[in-house]
Design a protein around this ligand. Structure first.
Ligand code: URA
Length: 268
């Protein structure tokens, strides 16, 4: 088909409009039917090794908050390994984001490392690859880590939300509080020596703090997960924010230096 320059400009303008509206993929021959849950790729059954996920699903259906909390706690207590937790999340049907995402984005990096980095939620590239921070902001995160001699062999990375919110919107408070018990269990199983909350959503989910991240970034706090498990945590600026506001990189650099000193302190 031959098109003239005028038609070409119109096609480019339409494509540009679609990209601005949040379109990220072409409709392919085989596509997800978001209205038919059965066709959503959950790998259900394939990886389910225990009844824990069923208990968790049932707990979320409970209306009695006290009972719900008890069943949830008992079910999470049975998740002993990352594999257990991943299976539970693969089979968990309580969060609608699962219906629109391509797949669960569980984690990347080394689960035996001292540093656990927690982001907000997967974006388009993470949704495609099933790996956290592998898009543009992930590349900047890698550079930030490299500046203090860390990389994905020496850190473990996950997100508060394991499924991509449609159109890359921010996760809602409800979605964050729904997935928080999974995140806390994730932290407990990994038991890192320190946590780095990247961006406001991760900081608010873990620390229950209000207000903008510029007010509390760079300050060490602690979270207590059990009598014997207390983990230092620092909040820093999200690389996606730094890509939009590069003049704030100096603040992130202060946080990175603080992480480096804390690591040295903990290793001494
Ligand atoms: N932003 C996040 O917070 N997490 C990712 O995995 C990717 C982008």
């Amino acid at each position: 088909m031959k098109i003239n320059n005028n038609e070409l400009y119109q096609l480019i303008a339409k494509l540009d409009w679609q990209l601005n509206m949040g379109a990220e993929a072409m409709v392919e021959e085989e596509h997800n039917n978001y209205f038919n849950m059965e066709k959503v790729k959950t790998k259900k059954g394939e990886l389910s090794t225990s009844g824990i996920s069923q208990e968790i699903n049932n707990a979320y259906l409970q209306e009695d908050e006290k009972n719900k909390g008890k069943i949830l706690q008992e079910s999470f207590d049975k998740c002993l390994t990352l594999e257990d937790l991943k299976n539970c999340m693969l089979d968990f049907n309580g969060c609608d984001l699962k219906k629109t995402a391509t797949q669960l984005v569980f984690s990347d990096g080394n689960p035996n490392s001292n540093v656990m980095v927690i982001g907000e939620a997967p974006g388009a590239e993470e949704d495609r690859q099933g790996k956290p921070f592998c898009g543009a902001s992930g590349k900047l995160l890698d550079k930030m880590l490299a500046s203090i001699n860390l990389d994905r062999n020496t850190v473990y990375i996950t997100n508060v939300i394991p499924w991509r919110p449609p159109g890359n919107r921010a996760p809602t408070e409800n979605e964050i509080s729904l997935m928080k018990p999974f995140l806390m269990k994730h932290i407990e199983i990994v038991s890192p020596k320190m946590l780095v909350a990247v961006g406001g959503s991760a900081s608010k989910a873990i620390l229950n703090i209000e207000g903008g991240i510029l007010r509390y970034r760079g300050v060490w706090k602690e979270i207590r997960l059990s009598k014997s498990l207390v983990i230092p945590i620092i909040s820093t600026l999200h690389p996606a924010y730094l890509l939009r506001a590069p003049n704030q990189k100096k603040l992130a650099w202060e946080d990175l230096k603080s992480i480096r000193s804390k690591l040295q302190e903990l290793n001494d």
